[in-house]
Design a protein around this ligand. Structure first.
Ligand SMILES: [Zn+2]
Length: 261
């Protein structure tokens, strides 16, 4: 019985995360189009039909409808489903990693981490679509960084201030030397995230970002889909690195440093 209750609670946590990220899907779709994210009901992007409540259940509706709109039968982008699934998994991971707290759903540290992952998801996908990173999200990350001073006192202010420049400053210098090396949004993302994560984790995040972004670029070039010297959104790969570093950044950095010394 206790196992069943525990299982249901984890399912509830997954569903909560999926619901929040379902809303983030709306933000990611509407913000670059200049539409309001709170006004206007959810509609099919193909036929414009307002979606009914049974079409709005995160993860489940998409699968039950056979991945198609119930009105026009047009294919629904799988991205909505995967973003919702990621939200569910992130919520569960935050619970496992940062504790579920007395509320039963998520501790304060867990909520903080989940909020950061949510911002990273928005930044990554809007950058992927439009190559723009909005300043308001960097400001959000900075605010979370200030909250982290109190929530995670194990990372000192000095650690965070070094984190803000250790990756962002070399990026800025490279961008000044080589035109188009990094976008201003990427640099600000790493500065604000460095303050939030501390210097070790943000260095690990950069390493992971370069690894995944570089791997993807090589993949594209080998298939002749990316011309040499062409621009590619780097924000999504930085976001992948930062998301991983939120959980394992310090561990990765400590492991790397132990190899050196
Ligand atoms: Zn439709």
């Amino acid at each position: 019985m206790i196992i069943l209750m525990e299982g249901l609670l984890w399912l509830l946590r997954f569903f909560t995360g999926a619901c929040v990220f379902s809303f983030l899907n709306v933000v990611i779709y509407r913000l670059p189009r200049g539409e309001s994210v709170v006004r206007g009901r959810s509609h099919c992007p193909d036929c414009g039909r307002i979606l009914t409540p049974r079409e709005l259940i995160p993860c489940i509706s998409y699968l039950l409808q056979g991945r198609r709109c119930l009105g026009c039968r047009e294919k629904i982008s799988g991205r909505y489903f995967w973003v919702e699934t990621a939200g569910g998994l992130f919520f569960v991971c935050c619970g496992l990693f940062f504790g579920c707290g007395t509320s039963g759903l998520l501790s304060l540290r867990g909520l903080w981490a989940f909020a950061y992952l949510g911002i990273l998801m928005i930044v990554a996908l809007i950058d992927w679509d439009t190559r723009i990173i909005y300043d308001r999200f960097q400001a959000g990350i900075l605010l979370l960084g200030l909250a982290a001073l109190w929530l995670f006192p194990e990372h000192t202010l000095t650690d965070r201030l070094i984190g803000a420049v250790v990756v962002a400053l070399p990026m800025l210098l490279l961008a000044l030397l080589i035109e188009g090396a990094f976008g201003g949004g990427d640099i600000k993302l790493m500065a604000s995230s460095g303050f939030l994560l501390g210097w070790k984790a943000v260095a690990a995040a950069m390493f992971l970002g370069l690894l995944t972004g570089g791997g993807y670029a090589i993949c594209l070039m080998s298939r002749k889909k990316l011309e040499r010297g062409a621009q590619m959104a780097f924000g999504p790969f930085l976001a992948v690195g930062l998301s991983a570093a939120l959980f394992y950044g310090d561990t990765i950095a400590d492991w790397y440093l132990s190899l050196l010394f």
